[in-house]
Design a protein around this ligand. Sequence first.
Ligand SMILES: Cc1cc2nc3c(=O)[nH]c(=O)nc-3n(C[C@H](O)[C@H](O)[C@H](O)COP(=O)(O)OP(=O)(O)OC[C@H]3O[C@@H](n4cnc5c(N)ncnc54)[C@H](O)[C@@H]3O)c2cc1C
Length: 425
Amino acid sequence: MPSLNRDVIIIGTGPAGLGAAFHLTEQDPSLSILMIDREKICSGGLLNDCKQNYTYPIGFSAENWTKDEAERLLPLVENRLRPVIKEKQNLTVYQRRAERVGVSLLDVRQSHVGTDKSRLLIQRLVDELKSRGVSFALEQEAADVFDDDTGTGVAVSGAKRERARKVIVAPGRKGFSFLQQVMERLGISYMDNTVDVGIRVETTVDNYPIVNDYYDPKFFFPDGVRTFCTNSGHARVVLEHYQGFSLVNGHAFSTARAGNNLANFALLKTIGLKDPIRSGQQMAVFLARLANDIGGGKPLMQRVGDFRMGKRSSTATFNDDLYAFPPSCPVTAGDLGLAVPSRIMRHLWAALKKLDSIVPGVLHPSTIMYYPEIKMYANKPDFLDRHFRVTKNVYMVGDGAGTSRGITGAWASGIRAAEGILQEN
Ligand SMILES: Cc1cc2nc3c(=O)[nH]c(=O)nc-3n(C[C@H](O)[C@H](O)[C@H](O)COP(=O)(O)OP(=O)(O)OC[C@H]3O[C@@H](n4cnc5c(N)ncnc54)[C@H](O)[C@@H]3O)c2cc1C
């Protein structure tokens, strides 16, 4: 990678970084831009099944976004990603049922690409940026960011220094520690007081038929519980590996793949930690390690039938005749009650019971609950302006900096940082 002075260096080629790069090149084609990513393929969350939500507040953090601001930028995101919006049916029927039990069901404009097709989308986006003159440095890890008397830029692993007028840092959730380290070095104060803790529910499409009418239904329950990231068609629960523990997640292939008649979704409870303020990250790691320790190094899974009877699931009972489908992600059969803090479990279970009266069937004894699914994305810096500037020449955006919680919000955050840079030109 030649060491040149650039106009802008962007760390991270996820949607936040790409959103910034597209907006910068559209508005000022003369800018020289370098995008750095530690992965081999230009990646980030777009590489997963890539559901896109085009309705506020899905994917946006309320403290950084007003509805008007999100709605101003979402059409720009849509222009680039060119989603095919999914039709919904029977929405008012489900909404009426939900209202009766104190739950709301949001009407969200959505599209779904599918894990098997998302690489094609990424390739199209990267090719387009390359044709506009953007350089990519893949498999290069940013080790630090500097913005001082010596200049502005990024120290890349191997101690090389890349200089630029402006730096956009968009390392996503997995860049949590990197971001924290950069903020500490640059003297930026930040807050890490929110964490989402929950389970991934897996059942058959027959037991959760709403997915035939609404691809990723967004239910909001009392006590800060919500459904998130619903997958169906050819859907699988998957593991995300971190240092010392694994979390569960879910994805689905495109409709080009034959279906497996399974659906999965996350049920998450948002926890805001108050005085004395503790770290959401620390809490997430503690809970995840506990669950993985109890699971012998893996997450836990339990059938609803066993949970209801207050007994653990075991490998022997897991494939009983009532249990019509095998888990798509066989982890350790056990007892969630041992690992999930009781207040969290109570609120999740109350939400599931309400959901079962809106979509009868979801609490069939065969339904599987996997734990832990935890979202630890926000290292929220103190921003200096509405463009997510944190020092004179450095901007922090995307899920890692807590300005978004999804692909479209991350892309829009990148645009906001780009607008800030363009204003200064
Ligand atoms: C399994 C899974 C499925 C998901 N499905 C969906 C979905 O369907 N719809 C949705 O809206 N959201 C989904 N999400 C969430 C979504 O991926 C994120 O909201 C979004 O990608 C955040 O964008 P970002 O640009 O902030 O970060 P990311 O997309 O995570 O991109 C960050 C990039 O920075 C790179 N990076 C990190 N640290 C460094 C470093 N030090 N040096 C160089 N590069 C670095 C990473 O390699 C990565 O490519 C999913 C997430 C997961 C994990």
